[in-house]
Design a protein around this ligand. Sequence first.
Ligand SMILES: [Zn+2]
Length: 215
Amino acid sequence: MFIKIREVKDECPLCEGMRNLIYGEQQEKIRVRDEEIDVLVNLFYCPTGDHYFQSFNDDEKRIQNAYREYRKRKGFLQPEEIKQIREQYGLSQRNFARLLGWGDITIHRYESGAIQENAHNDILLLIKSFEDFKKYFEKKKNSTDSEIVRKVEDKITEIERKNNIQTFNLWIKCCSTKKKEHVIPFLTKDIIMPDYWGHNKYYQYCANNELALAA
Ligand SMILES: [Zn+2]
């Protein structure tokens, strides 16, 4: 059912004249691969000619909304999530595609809204977390352009340094509080200490101290 949003005076591209048009929305079913998806579509209605038409932007929005829903149903990454993975390692769309061994414009297409192939989505999901990306990168290193490898290695080092400082700050917080619940998660987790601490001696001391306080 077409629901009116507002009236506009504009040219109707079908009867080619200035008309009082109605801009509104309606539910539509769109088929995306093997799925039928309901989307809200915006259109114009021309009462003079009794016909409907759509703007280019609204048509694009209709398709992108259907694609987003399709990805959601299939557990696919959305374009901005793919972009986020890529940018984390300071890679251009082309270099990210090369690292993955895909065609040069593949990532550009996915980030622009095209739906990714199943096999490609599996790999993107596989490298979503930092630790998994590192493992994947280690395997691909030898077959990847050295300039790309160098860039990614620099980023990995930078991320690890940041993570270590964050862990360290949390650890300091843990030691300075007397609350038991702040201590327990750290006892079951591996902590990588920053280089300047050298070893885990102080961590061990902290844990014992807090356990004694908790007892
Ligand atoms: Zn018309």
